[in-house]
Design a protein around this ligand. Sequence first.
Ligand SMILES: [Zn+2]
Length: 54
Amino acid sequence: MEKYSCETHINEALDMFVAETGEFPILNKINEKNELPTKCSYCEEEATYIVSRK
Ligand SMILES: [Zn+2]
């Protein structure tokens, strides 16, 4: 699974990931030049980070 998050909601995204998967997530910054804009999972802002499994 993957979650997208803006700067504001990264802590929520990490907490939710751990709660849902029981695994510690990998946090990567989205490269705006290479990836399509994606909305934050928690608000309407454009996501800055992607949280995913190893
Ligand atoms: Zn957000």
